[in-house]
Design a protein around this ligand. Sequence first.
Ligand code: AMP
Length: 221
Amino acid sequence: MSNIEGKNIIIFGAPGSGKGTQSAFLISRFGLRHISTGDLFRSAIQNKTPLGVKARSYMDRGKLVPDSIVMGMVKEVLDVLPDFQGFILDGVPRTLIQAQDLKKIMDKLGRHLHKVLYLKLEKNLLMKRLTGRRVAEKSGHVYHIQFHPPRQSDICDKTGEKLIQRKDDQEEVVKERLSAYFRQTVPVLDFYRDQNILEEIEGEGAPEEIFLQIQKSLNFI
Ligand code: AMP
């Protein structure tokens, strides 16, 4: 039994830094609950819920969804999570207000954050990674036209689904998303640096290598 199970972790980084990939490794290896605000919004959009309708207007333009909407949703998920169940937050907090709200929510629940894993990556590479990304919408499998192409162009190797480009992975929207990241999200790093729980991980390289680094940094919590 690993000492990572039951821990509460944030995976932090720009869009395209590999948060989703590394979260998938962590979940399957350590049984953590994955809480991805982007995924929650996309599923609300697919189900055409009022939350989805609201979120979509921001997401399609690469803007951040307002803090109160995001944190209301996160609170609902955390409130019903059993105490022993550790989690990995992916895509949140993205503003200082969200980071402060998260602390309040967790304090009330008697939980604390064990680590914030920051995947560091060059801006140019982020752009390339995002605009080249293709996804199988139903199954969630992710490809890249250059770095991880499917065997048959635009078809998922595993399910045969047609691959699509997320609207927010189009170049103009990506520019907006990255600018929101550098303007609104980067300041959150200092919030966690001051608490001594920030761990910087080099985000460029093979996903398996990066996962090894992550495991090393988590072994000491
Ligand atoms: P992601 O898949 O994490 O890149 O999220 C996709 C989009 O969902 C973002 O570009 C935002 O529009 C929205 N979103 C996801 N998480 C947040 C958050 N914590 N705060 C504000 N907007 C968010």
